[in-house]
Design a protein around this ligand. Structure first.
Ligand SMILES: *Cc1c(COP(=O)(O)O)cnc(C)c1O
Length: 470
């Protein structure tokens, strides 16, 4: 089978390989510990991969958040940090980058994405209002709830089916959205919360057509449409690849067109922007901007640094321009797809189609013998670490948390273990090693036992919960 890497290098005649569009200037040695040492490390971590020491990890696929390799240009930019408390030149570079690449008028830097989520949730949600969105993201939903909002999932049904091949599984179902407005009135809705590529659904994109329909819907009902732009560059790649009329449009043009349909956005720069820390909030409405600019001083820092050093702002400004280069994003998604195709070829159950930043192993299909309350996805993450030292993360019942009203667990339909690929960090050879380890764990699936939770923190429990083997 030829791997469907989205590179155009003339595959017709003989072998023409694809390669990463960068070369390596500095290396960071990897460490491999023995199986016995991994057993001990995992037990000490309460079978939670978030609690492992990274020195005990071989290939780290816990997250692609803040784990990107910066370019030589970004590192050079770090040396140009203007660490003035107010009015740092790096802020203006960032403002210029966001305005020209994303198109929003006003910018507020924040220390990372959740800082921006906190500010916008606090400013625009009135207690008791509903916030319809395309599946939840952990920190996004929590900030909406802490501001008194009631999150309501209005993603299309296909998103909950790991086998559905719908090309835009991140789309919002307009009928579900209409039902929310019918039930609670437009006044009862704070805004429509749209995320570009839906992490919890397997990194699935939203189509431009859906965004256009949402814009029209919001205009009809006098609602605002705010975008979680964290992975919008990856989303733009899928539009270019899959949506009619976009094949010849550059990523940058698609991104801009999409953002133009929304009223503002929050961003975790730790994802698309190829930096280790940073985020922002951008908005078109001047009055709201003034309110947000006031709040940022209280929670993050002055409005020209938002909790970041000048050098961090500069690295992010440069990263924004690198992120929207077509060859970068093709290679980023291409590497994820390469891993996905190997696993598909070996009949390992994963969420299809493969998304933009990660492979999501379908843990329910690995372990049909485990009821959801025995944490199949957490179990799979533990087994993978034991096999090879590869670190992944749970995206299932532990991540879903509990219903604040009833105290019951949320029982999400999807029980997934995520292999998240950091940007520009690992090579194709690492992907081969990962695929082979997943296959080994899959082959041993029938004798695997589940876990029970023995410590549960109140908020975002998946980060710090502890488990024991049953
Ligand atoms: C990571 C992420 C966030 C939160 O950003 P942080 O920088 O981790 O605070 C919000 N939304 C999405 C889609 C994300 O991936």
């Amino acid at each position: 089978m030829t791997h469907n890497i989205p590179q155009t290098m003339g595959q017709q005649h003989g072998r023409r390989s694809w390669a990463e569009p960068w070369k390596i200037k500095m290396v960071e040695p990897l460490n491999v510990i023995s199986r016995e040492e991994r057993e001990r490390a995992l037990a000490e971590a309460g079978f939670n991969t978030f609690l492992l020491h990274s020195d005990d990890v071989y290939i780290d696929l816990l997250t692609d958040s803040g784990t990107s390799a910066m370019s030589d240009r970004q590192w050079a930019g770090m040396m140009l940090g203007d660490e003035a408390y107010a009015g740092s030149r790096n802020f203006y570079h960032l403002e210029e980058a966001v305005q020209s690449v994303y198109g929003y008028r006003y910018l507020i830097p924040t220390h990372q994405g959740r800082g921006a989520e906190h500010l916008i949730s606090r400013a625009v949600i009135k207690p008791g209002q509903y916030v319809p969105g395309n599946m939840y993201f952990t920190t996004t939903r929590l900030h909406q709830e802490l501001a008194g909002g009631i999150f309501i999932d209005v993603i299309i049904d296909e998103a909950h089916d790991p086998a559905s091949l719908h090309p835009f599984k991140g789309n919002i179902d307009l009928d579900k959205l209409q039902a929310v407005v019918d039930a609670h009135g437009a006044d009862g809705v704070a805004y429509v919360s749209l995320a570009g590529t839906v992490n919890m659904a397997g990194g699935q994109p939203v189509s431009m057509a859906n965004a256009r329909e949402l814009r029209a819907f919001c205009d009809r009902h006098g609602l605002k449409l705010y975008l979680d732009a964290t992975r919008m560059v990856e989303n733009s790649f899928f539009i270019q690849e899959r949506e009619e009329g976009y094949a010849d449009k550059p990523i940058a043009a698609i991104l801009k067109e999409f953002c133009d349909l929304t009223d503002g956005a929050w961003m975790s720069g730790k994802k698309d922007h190829l930096v280790n820390i940073g985020g922002w909030l951008a908005i078109n409405d001047e009055e709201l901007f003034e309110e947000l600019r006031n709040w940022v001083v209280v929670f993050e820092g002055l409005h020209t640094y938002g909790g970041l050093a000048g050098r961090d702002l500069e690295a992010m400004a440069i990263g924004i321009r690198e992120a929207v280069q077509d060859e970068h994003i093709r290679s980023r998604v291409g590497q994820v797809r390469y891993l996905g195709e190997l696993l598909t070829e070996w009949n390992v159950p994963i969420v299809q189609p493969v998304g933009g930043h990660a492979i999501f192993l379908n843990a329910r299909a690995f372990y049909p013998q485990l009821p959801q309350i025995e944490f199949p996805a957490q179990t799979l993450a533990a087994e993978l670490y034991l096999d090879s030292g590869i670190r992944s993360m749970e995206r299932g019942i532990a991540s879903a948390g509990r219903d604040a009203k009833t105290g019951d667990h949320y029982y999400p339909k999807l029980e997934l273990t995520r292999l998240t690929i950091p940007r520009r960090v690992y090579t194709q050879a690492h992907m081969d090693v990962v695929a082979e380890s997943v296959k080994a764990v899959y082959d041993a699936r029938e004798t695997t036992r589940g876990l029970k939770m023995v410590y549960e923190p109140k908020y975002l429990r998946f980060f710090q919960a502890r488990f024991e083997r049953l």
